[in-house]
Structures are given as C-alpha cells and as structure tokens.
Design a protein around this ligand. Structure first.
Ligand code: TLP
Length: 347
C-alpha cells in the first residue's frame, strides 16, 4: 500500500535527512547556563527576524503562549481572545489553570478581532471587576481555517489595545504562513505586538520547538517562568539546529503548501456532501464542512483512513485537512480520488 497521505496536521512532518545532519552536527552546551551556542544563535536570529530585543527558545507553541500570559498578567486578570482561539480551546486551560487569569472570549469574524471589538470587551475600572490586561491575537487562525489577518487590521488592533493600556500577545504559531500569504515580513506583522510566538514544528518542518520574542525585560521574566514550569532545557542545540535549518530552507516553500491546500479545496468543493468555498482557503488549512448528503462524520474519517487519507474531525460535521512539507501535489491528487470514492463524486 502507498504511504498514507497524512493531512491531520502540519505537526506530523519528519525531519529531512539534511535537517537531521544539521541536528547531528550542532554544537551544544548547557542552555540553563546560557552556554548552548546553537540555542543562542537561534535566539539571536529570531530577535532580528521578529524585530524584538530578546527571544527565548521553548518546547512548544503552548509553552510560548503560556509564558506570554504568565509575564503579562496577574492572577484574576482578564485576557481578550477571539472566542475560537487556540489557547481557549486546545491548551488545557493553562490561562486559568497555570496563570490564574481568565479568558474573555469575543466573537470575531474569521477568527479576527477589530479595534471596536477590543474596546467593547475591556472592563471598566471598578473594584468588583477583573482587570483587563492583555489582548491575544492569532495569525494565522487555526480554528477559523488558517485565516490571515489583513496587516492593517492587525496593527490597528494593537494600537487600540495600547491606547487602552493593554499589552498584546501575537500567537503566531503559523506566522510564517501568514507572511508568505500576504507578502508582509514576519517582522512587520509582529511590529506592534509586545510578545510574539512562532512555531518551528508546524509548517517549517522541525521536530520540536517554538520561540517567544519581546522586550528584554519580558523575555528575562519569561526565562524565569519557563524554569518555574519545568520547561528549561539543557543541550537543546540539537533542536535549535533543526529550527535554524527550517528558517533557512523551509520558509519560502510554504507557498507550495498553500497551493496544495487550494488544489485540495477546489477538488473537494465539487463533491456531493461537501460545503466549502475554495476562496476561503488562504493558507495551508482546509476546513471541510459535511452536509446531510454525506455519511456520519466518524464514518467518513474511518473510511478515508482505511484508504490511506488521514485527517481529524474538527466539529460534529467538520473535518480539517492541513498541507505540509511531507504532502506532495501527487498526494493531494491521490487524496482527492479517495475522497471521491468515499463521498460518491462522479468525476
Ligand atoms: N495546534 C495544533 C493542535 O493543537 C490542534 C494543530 O495541529 O494545529 N497556537 C496555534 C494557533 C496552534 O495551532 C497550535 C497547535 C498551538 C498554538 C500550540 O502549539 P503546540 O502544539 O506546539 O503546543
């Protein structure tokens, strides 16, 4: 049988032989003592790339977000999020469970907030209310289907937050996808945010790792907070080498993943039982809504898996497909053949 087409997430990529070589050859040291030269280099590269004073290499996107919340909130504070954002839904409640802060979910459009929505969600300064401390924006937005903030809107949200004396965290797990899609550098996209996180382990194809960047003071505090939650690392240069390799070799090619997602969306849109507008697909995530003409969701997922096409259910009648480094154009065409068989397309 052919190798499966794994569309569950862009986190499933395996390091390429060249990336493994870079990892094997990495110079390492004890990062807790600040002595890992490869981690230090990655952090310097990321400062420049993201236009911030300091950066911290961490184990995951969840860790980067958690540290951003820990250093920019106090227990009892409130953080404004789009209601479908990743930290609310898929980070095991760290915002409340670890930081002691609470989320203020706001219904954005396509995962995106506006200055007006932010202003309306800020608490008044009264003794019985939580203090609004932070706005957290997500670009691209996972649950909304990889949507890209129009840069002007992103900056306007940051400006509004700052005018209201709030800090801004940018969850840029897929910020490079956003950048490639809208043609604006990650540095520009992150320009107005106080902290920004981005992941190497998603579309960029590294096995592990994310970065949190921001001011020197915030990142110094984040380094302490990382230690407190057990996330400090030792000879992490092996992992940082993969991230450096990914930044050098796997950014421009994200455009291919976006083209593959578009091709998949166009093929799927023609099938009975699928409700999907290819125009809504902006990056590497395709949300596939099943209509009542399609079999039950679990059955669709199981039959696709039985024929070597893996994806996740993302709602009662919704599937998510994500393209990445290990999915070729041929894989997309193979997946479409299987989808047609399972959903009963005629072509
Ligand atoms: N998202 C994962 C799963 O958790 C769903 C995925 O497969 O898409 N921010 C955003 C916007 C994310 O999409 C993710 C991961 C994270 C943060 C957390 O990153 P990790 O998984 O490295 O902790």
């Amino acid at each position: 049988m052919n190798r499966p087409v794994d569309l569950r997430s862009d986190t499933v990529t395996k390091p390429t032989p060249e990336m493994r070589r870079a990892m094997a050859e990495a110079e390492v040291g004890d990062d807790m003592f600040g002595e890992d030269p490869t981690v230090n280099r990655l952090e310097e590269v990321c400062c420049r790339r993201l236009g911030k004073e300091a950066a911290l290499f961490v184990s995951s996107g969840t860790m980067a977000n958690l540290l951003a919340f820990l250093v920019q909130t106090r227990p009892g504070d409130e953080v404004i999020f789009d209601a479908q954002s990743h930290p609310i839904h898929a980070e095991t409640g760290g915002i409340s469970g670890v930081c002691g802060a609470q989320a203020r979910p706001v219904a954005g459009a396509r995962g995106q907030l506006t200055p007006e929505l932010i202003e309306a969600a800020v608490r008044a300064d009264a003794v019985h209310l939580p203090r609004t401390a932070l706005v957290s924006l997500e670009n691209t937005h996972n649950n909304a289907g990889g949507t890209v903030y129009p840069p002007e809107q992103l900056w306007a949200c940051c400006d509004k937050a700052h005018a209201l004396r709030l800090s801004v965290h940018l969850d840029g797990a897929r910020l490079h996808n956003a950048s490639v899609a809208c043609g604006v550098s990650v540095k520009e996209l992150a320009r107005e945010a106080d902290t920004v996180s981005t992941c190497f382990s998603k579309g960029l194809g590294a096995p592990v790792g994310s970065i949190l960047a921001g001011s020197r003071d915030l990142i110094r505090e984040a380094r302490r907070a990382r230690k407190r939650v057990g996330g400090a690392m030792r000879q992490a240069g092996i992992l940082a080498a993969a991230a450096l390799y990914a930044l050098q070799h796997h950014v421009e090619r994200l455009i291919e993943d976006h083209a593959h997602a578009q091709r998949l969306a166009e093929g799927l849109a023609e099938l009975p039982g699928v409700s999907l507008r290819p125009h809504d697909v902006e990056t590497n995530i395709v949300m596939i809504d099943l209509t009542d003409k399609a079999p039950p969701t679990n059955e669709v997922v199981e039959r696709l898996a039985g024929e070597g096409v893996l994806l996740f259910a993302f709602g009662p009648r919704r599937l998510r497909a994500v393209t990445h480094l290990d999915v070729s154009r041929d894989d997309i065409d193979r997946a479409l053949v299987v989808f047609r068989r399972v959903l009963g397309g005629t072509r």
